[in-house]
Design a protein around this ligand. Structure first.
Ligand code: SR1
Ligand code: MG
Length: 433
C-alpha cells in the first residue's frame, strides 16, 4: 500500500502559499521581490485538488496540492494524495518526447504533495473557451502530437520491455485514481449508483441503458480493454478541462490519472469531449466566429485530430531506429518483411481507432448519467434544452457501442453527427435557426 499523509502534511490555504514559497529560495527568486509583494488567488477548477496562482514582481507560479479527499465531494470521499507523485512522474517521463506541451514543473514536495509549476498565461481552460464559442485551432494539432508521441515512445514499439516494466512498476500503483475511472466511467452509469446524477428528463435513458445487455456487453469489452491492454503510458483524463490554450500554444495538464493502458483511451477521451461540445453548442449564447459556425469547426477539429494522430504515430514508427521488443528490426529488415511491417503498422493504428470509439462512447455516457458532469451541458440553463442536447449525445454514444461496424474511419464518425439544430423546440435558443 502507498503511504498516506505524514503528520507533517497540512492543507495549504491561499494565505499560506506565500510563506510556503518564501521557504524555497529558487521559487522565491522566480517570483522576485518580497513575499509581501506577492498576490495569491485560489483558482481550483477541477474536481480533486487545490490550485493557487501566485504573482510576484518578476514572474508567476502555479501551486497545486493533492487534498486527502475529493475536493468537490469533501472529506466524505477520501482520496490518495500520492496522485501528486503520479502527476509529477507522468510529466517527468513524457517531457523528453513532448517538450513544452506539458507545463514545466519547478518543484515537487513529497511531504506536502505539492507540485509547483509554471503559471500559464494568458492561457484559458479549453472547455470554458469552447462554451463561449472561441476556437483554438492549434489544439487538435498539438494534442494529436502529444498523444502520438506518448503512445509511441512509451509502448513496446519503442521502449524495451525492461523500460516498460519500470513504468508499470510506478504507474500500476496509481490504483486509487484508477478506481475512480473504473467506477465512474465504466460501472456506475449502468447501475443505480448513489453518486450518479441523472436529470429527471433522462431517467428513461438511464433505465434503458441499465437494461440493455448488448450495450453492457460492449461496455464490458471496453472496460476489459482498459484494465488489461497495457500498451503505453496514458494521461487517463484527457478532457477539455485538462487543456490550457492560447491561439498559438497548447498545454496538457493534470496527468494524475496516469496509467499504463490502451493508447486509444486518451484519443477517445479527447474526441468525446469535442463531440459533447458539438451537441451542446446550439444551446450556448452566440459565438464570435465571423465566418464559419463554431460547430463546423469542432467537427473539422475532430477529423484533424485523428488524422494528425495517425500520421504522427506512423511517422514516429517509420523513423524509429532504436531497439524494442514489439517489432524487432531483426524480424523486419528485408524488403518483403518491411512491406509486411507497414501493413502491421496500419493494423495497429486501426486497433487504436476502434478502441478509441468504444472509450469515447463510454466517456460521453459517464458525463451525462454519472458523477462529474461537464459544464458544456450544465451551463445550458433551459433544462429541456439541456436534456435535448444530452439525449442526442447519448444516442450517438449508444450507436458507437452497438454498431461499431458503421464507424470504420473518422469521416464516418463525423458524418454521423446529426446536422439538425435545435429544430425549433426551444425558441429562446434560436441561435442558428
Ligand atoms: C472524483 S473525480 C471525478 C472526475 O474528475 C476528474 O477530472 C476525472 O474525470 C474524474 O473521473
Ligand atoms: Mg483534472
Amino acid at each position: 500500500m502507498l503511504d498516506g499523509p505524514s503528520t507533517d502534511y497540512h492543507i495549504l490555504t491561499a494565505s499560506d502559499v506565500s510563506a510556503y514559497l518564501a521557504n524555497h529560495s529558487t521559487l522565491a527568486e522566480h517570483l522576485g521581490g518580497l513575499p509581501s509583494e506577492w498576490a495569491c488567488r485560489d483558482v481550483a477548477d477541477g474536481n480533486l485538488n487545490s490550485v493557487f496562482l501566485i504573482d510576484g514582481p518578476d514572474g508567476g507560479l502555479c501551486v497545486k496540492q493533492a487534498l486527502p479527499y475529493v475536493r468537490v465531494a469533501g472529506e466524505s470521499w477520501p482520496m490518495d494524495i500520492n496522485r501528486a507523485f503520479f502527476e509529477y512522474s507522468y510529466t517527468s517521463r513524457l517531457e523528453p518526447f513532448v517538450g513544452t506541451l506539458l507545463p514545466k514543473i519547478y518543484h515537487f514536495d513529497e511531504v506536502q504533495f505539492i507540485i509547483v509549476m509554471e503559471k500559464l498565461e494568458p492561457h484559458v481552460i479549453l472547455r470554458k473557451a469552447m462554451i463561449e464559442g472561441i476556437h483554438h485551432p492549434r489544439v487538435p494539432i498539438d494534442v494529436a502530437a502529444f498523444v502520438a508521441a506518448a503512445s509511441f515512445y512509451t509502448s513496446d514499439l519503442a521502449a524495451p520491455f525492461e523500460v516498460k516494466c519500470a513504468d508499470q512498476a510506478i504507474f500500476s500503483r496509481n490504483v486509487a485514481l484508477q478506481r475512480i475511472s473504473v467506477d465512474l466511467v465504466f460501472i456506475d452509469p449502468y447501475t443505480s449508483a448513489l453518486r450518479n446524477v441523472i436529470s429527471e428528463r433522462l431517467v428513461p435513458w438511464a433505465a434503458a441503458l441499465r437494461n440493455d445487455v448488448d450495450l453492457k456487453g460492449a461496455v464490458a469489452r471496453a472496460r476489459i480493454a482498459y484494465l488489461t491492454k497495457a500498451q503505453s503510458l496514458i494521461h487517463g483524463d484527457l478532457h477539455t478541462g485538462s487543456i490550457l490554450a492560447t491561439q498559438d500554444d497548447t498545454r496538457i495538464i493534470d496527468g494524475e490519472f496516469a496509467w499504463i493502458g490502451p493508447s486509444g483511451f486518451d484519443v477517445g477521451n479527447f474526441i468525446a469531449h469535442y463531440i459533447m461540445a458539438w451537441y451542446a453548442e446550439p444551446f450556448h449564447p452566440a459565438a464570435p466566429e465571423p465566418d464559419r459556425r463554431f460547430r463546423d469547426l469542432v467537427a473539422a477539429d475532430i477529423v484533424i485530430f485523428w488524422q494528425r494522430f495517425e500520421a504522427q504515430f506512423l511517422g514516429h514508427w517509420r523513423a524509429f531506429k532504436g531497439e524494442a521488443d514489439g517489432f524487432p528490426a531483426s524480424h523486419f529488415g528485408d524488403a518483403a518483411a518491411s512491406s509486411r511491417l507497414e501493413t502491421l503498422r496500419r493494423a495497429y493504428v486501426a486497433d487504436i481507432f476502434s478502441d478509441a470509439l468504444a472509450f469515447l462512447a463510454c466517456k460521453i455516457i459517464r458525463r451525462i448519467l454519472g458523477f462529474a458532469q461537464v459544464a458544456d451541458f450544465l451551463s445550458i440553463d433551459d433544462l429541456e434544452a439541456r436534456s435535448h442536447a444530452q439525449a442526442g449525445a447519448l444516442a450517438f454514444a449508444r450507436s458507437l457501442l452497438l454498431y461499431p461496424e458503421r464507424y470504420r474511419d473518422i469521416a464516418a464518425v463525423v458524418a454521423a453527427l446529426p446536422r439538425f439544430e435545435n429544430a425549433g423546440l426551444f425558441p429562446t435558443e434560436t441561435r442558428h435557426l
